[in-house]
Design a protein around this ligand. Sequence first.
Ligand code: NDP
Length: 419
Amino acid sequence: MSRVLVIGCGGVANVAIRKCCMLPEVFTELCIASRTKSKCDALAAELKDKTTTKITTAQVNADSVEELCALIRSYKPDLVMNIALPYQDLTIMEACLQCKVNYMDTANYEPEDTDDPEWRKIYEKRCKEQGFSAYFDYSWQWAYRKRFEEAGLTALLGCGFDPGVTQAYCAYAKKHEFDEIDTIDILDCNGGDHGYAFATNFNPEVNLREVSAPGSYWENGHWVEIPAMSIKREYNFDQVGDKDMYLLHHEEIESLAQNIPEVKRIRFFMTFGQSYLTHMKCLENVGMLSTTPINFEGHEIVPIKFLKALLPDPASLGPRTHGKTNIGCIFTGRKDGKEKTYYIYNVCDHQECYKEVASQAISYTTGVPAMCGALMMLTGKWTTPGVHTVEEFDPDPFLAALDKYGLPKSESHDPALVP
Ligand code: NDP
């Protein structure tokens, strides 16, 4: 029995909410609140006859701590699921602290305005000290650790697939397969085809910022940064086939390096087709990925926001996307004094997802772990006070929930390694 407030009603939230409503014995009451209330109302109307979860909706500007607090105080949830954008992480965490309620999200904080001089000063210091230049990092949210701990509240960060399930895979490997892990390669393959020349599978602004940034990996206790897309490998993915993949910076590397300190190298690879890369480079070269506002015929326009308006809505890709995703982690290390390798991954079919929850697999592979993370928190399995990433909790009940609710794991003890 619980009351949950979901903030955001985009592609990922749609899946998470539909999955929550399949477990009405846990998710007894749900409030869907977002900037555009009509989207929340439409989803609530669609689910009304399909679930016994009692659904209400609300309008909220999640950039305002005051508005969030007013909503939280009136709804009195047990948990706030932040499935809006990374830009809102800090305001929602702040509101949760002020109203004494548990918090979770699916992506770590980054600012909407990367030209903000206050933020830039701290960012530039971090780039120098840490050695990676991505706009997002955990420091902003880790700064809330003491306050959440002292309030006896839990904040679960990044509970999607990657970040999220990938860290649970690491915790599982550490618990069951290895005494010591030497290397982790996280491989994110989307073998889906939506038939458009160019579209992104989740929020275009967040997605394009991520993939156009320099890549980096963790090696021997420090970051190594490389130009964007400059390390390419080919891999033969189970049920998908051969794909080109590129080394990216990714947020879970940062927390894994701290929580599995013996690991010598952690890398993250994502697959991209040539058409996607050519479009992205061209858009970047002409300035369309910029977040700096420009004046156009008397109107202020942020180029990447304008681009977002032109691109297909990721939520609309569901019916036309065919193929599978394959996301997982390859480990090397030792167990009982013997060298070993291990690969744990999930394969997810875009059309199967669409049949079940009217969404493509990228939103599905993020929304299902978000629901399962909430389930862990609400059923008392993941409740350590403080601010935590997924690998800090027991992976077993979480992976069992993923097996049951749509993202079963596959394993190999003899995987091909990535050179
Ligand atoms: P969408 O853009 O589809 O949805 C975002 C939602 O947040 C929209 O409903 C939007 O409202 C709402 N929103 C945005 N700003 C505000 C605001 N100020 N106040 C209230 N509501 C707001 O994004 P996705 O569903 O694709 O992604 C959701 C999250 O999941 C993102 O943080 C993304 O980074 C993360 N993600 C994580 C992954 C993982 O594996 N960990 C993978 C993919 C995504 P409106 O409808 O008005 O625009």
